[in-house]
Write a protein that binds this ligand. Structure first.
Ligand code: HEC
Ligand code: HEC
Ligand SMILES: [Ca+2]
Ligand SMILES: [Ca+2]
Ligand SMILES: [Ca+2]
Length: 437
């Protein structure tokens, strides 16, 4: 789609000055402070601004074990007490304990290998754990397990001899009931991703995603990319997935309802109690969903900076843009402000094989143990402005943009090797470009 802009300069067409790219179309905000992920889209109607404020309150609400006068129903087991508690200032969580808040915000998803076609997602729950480990519990209830992380450091070298460090987490899970873990248990460590711009991503037509997919790599460029197929709880059928690190959730309502139910122990209209009642109302769930849909997307900075321009050229030359697609158009969305926007998320929302080093070995929907969804890169440069110590990649192993790139393998191996062979000036330029997003 970048070619549309280039085409404007060709032929007899009058050359019009290029409009500066607005990351989130009309939802773009010009704010690059620690609040940059927490502001409403500027184009919201008055009614929608009001719903956004309700959603802000829902996202921040701290739940307590019920019955209680406000926000009851937490647990009995859970991971955290509010949405904000994991998506700190709407950005990511921190992977290392003791940096800031008292605990890490990482989640552990689990399952057993045998697929059963009748089960949602074809995945098999782990006895005692289900699909997620809740490591917190209300008074007098045992959490499912204690989860601890250890980090192993290693060293690598750019082609010019400069060395770099990398670290990889290993997870230890100790069930609190003294039982042994199933030896074949699969697990996937997940860092909370940022939550702005998600309504726009929801508004991209599935046909647009399919037009970028190339599952059998027909054009032979080494990049495939496919749409995940996941279980849709509302329709009780398979549906295309696009949210979560493996595109493992079909829409923001289900993703948020799962968060209430699994991360906080709160039943809701999509995941009710056995008797059909629920702890979180449809109005609260809808407000939380609307909040994630209607946050503004921070505008890029330093568009005219020569180093940033050089970095952007390297980004394209190395083929980063084949997955981190710069420009997408949204289709129709029930939230009118999100419809028909030209956006710059730097993602195709597709699954890619990222090689053995990033693999979690745990299938999720149709995603294999080596596939991950291309994460959007918009707002990337603000990650540590919003939250110092916030980290990158699905399990937070990367402490910097360089480390994130250096872990790329599989379909992105060529791009990574291209990066490793850049000289120090070009590497710095690419990093500065990422910081301008
Ligand atoms: C215990 C930490 C935790 C809590 C609490 C939590 N989340 Fe999340 N959230 C995550 C993680 C981890 C992911 C990535 C999940 C995955 O890849 O499967 C995520 C993903 C998401 C996404 C998808 C983002 C994307 O880019 O695909 C949305 C939306 C979201 N959460 C909303 C919420 C809402 C709303 C709440 C409160 C009801 C909430 N979360 C509570 C950890 C948390
Ligand atoms: C084959 C598709 C593909 C290509 C090519 C690719 N990436 Fe990625 N990128 C991904 C995927 C998938 C992830 C997430 C991997 C994970 O979390 O394990 C990712 C993650 C990242 C992240 C971390 C984002 C975050 O939110 O934590 C950065 C930064 C990044 N890529 C930059 C680049 C750059 C720069 C290039 C070119 C040198 C590049 N990528 C090439 C698919 C790709
Ligand atoms: Ca409950
Ligand atoms: Ca569980
Ligand atoms: Ca291809």
């Amino acid at each position: 789609m970048g070619s549309l802009l280039l085409a404007a300069g060709c032929g007899d067409e009058p050359v019009s000055p290029e409009a500066p790219p607005r990351a989130g179309g009309e939802t773009t905000i010009d704010n690059r402070t620690s609040q940059a992920f927490a502001l409403p889209a500027p184009n919201l109607s008055a009614e929608h601004e009001d719903l956004h404020r309700k959603g802000d309150a829902a996202f921040a609400a701290l739940f307590v074990p019920g019955p209680a006068p406000v926000n009851p129903g937490l647990g009995p087991t859970y991971n955290n007490t509010s949405c904000n508690g994991c998506h700190l200032r709407n950005g990511r969580g921190m992977p290392v304990m003791g940096q800031g808040p008292q605990r890490t915000q990482l989640l552990v998803r689990v399952s057993l290998p045998e697929g059963t076609p009748n089960h949602p997602n074809g995945a098999v729950p782990v006895p005692g754990f289900g699909f997620q480990i809740q490591d917190q519990a209300v008074y007098n209830v045992r959490p499912e397990a204690t989860v601890t992380l250890a980090w192993t450091e290693s060293q690598g070298q750019y082609m010019d001899g400069t060395t770099y460090g990398m670290r990889v987490p290993s997870v230890t899970i100790v069930p609190t009931d003294g039982s042994a873990l199933p030896p074949n248990m699969l697990m996937s460590l997940r860092l909370p991703p940022p939550v702005f711009g998600l309504g726009l991503l929801e508004a991209v037509d599935i046909a647009t995603l399919e037009s970028m997919a190339d599952p059998s790599d027909r054009d032979g460029d080494g990049i495939s990319g496919r749409v995940n197929q996941v279980w849709d709880v509302r329709t009780q059928a398979l549906a295309p997935g696009r949210f979560g690190w493996k595109a493992n959730s079909p829409n923001l309502t289900q993703q948020s309802a799962e968060a209430y139910f699994n991360d906080m122990g709160l039943s809701n209209p999509l995941f009710p109690e056995a008797d059909g009642t629920f702890e979180v109302s449809a109005a609260t769930l809808n407000a939380a969903v609307f909040y994630a849909q209607s946050l503004g997307v921070p505008a890029r900075t330093s568009l005219e900076d020569a180093q940033v321009k050089l970095g952007e050229a390297k980004f394209r030359a190395l083929g980063c843009e084949k997955c981190h697609r710069e420009t997408l158009e949204t289709g129709e969305h029930p939230v009118a402000e999100l419809s028909h926007q030209r956006i710059h998320p730097y993602s195709d929302l597709l699954l890619h094989d990222m090689g053995p080093d990033l693999a979690d070995g745990r299938p999720d929907g149709a995603a294999t143990g080596t596939e991950w969804r291309t994460p959007p890169l918009w707002g990337l440069g603000l990650t540590q402005t919003v939250l110092p110590y916030a980290a990158f990649l699905h399990d937070g192993r990367a402490r910097s943009f360089e480390e994130a790139i250096l872990w790329h393998g599989g379909e992105a191996q060529k791009a990574r090797e291209g990066f490793r062979s850049l000289n120090a000036t070009d590497r710095a330029a690419l990093v500065k470009f990422l910081g301008s997003l």
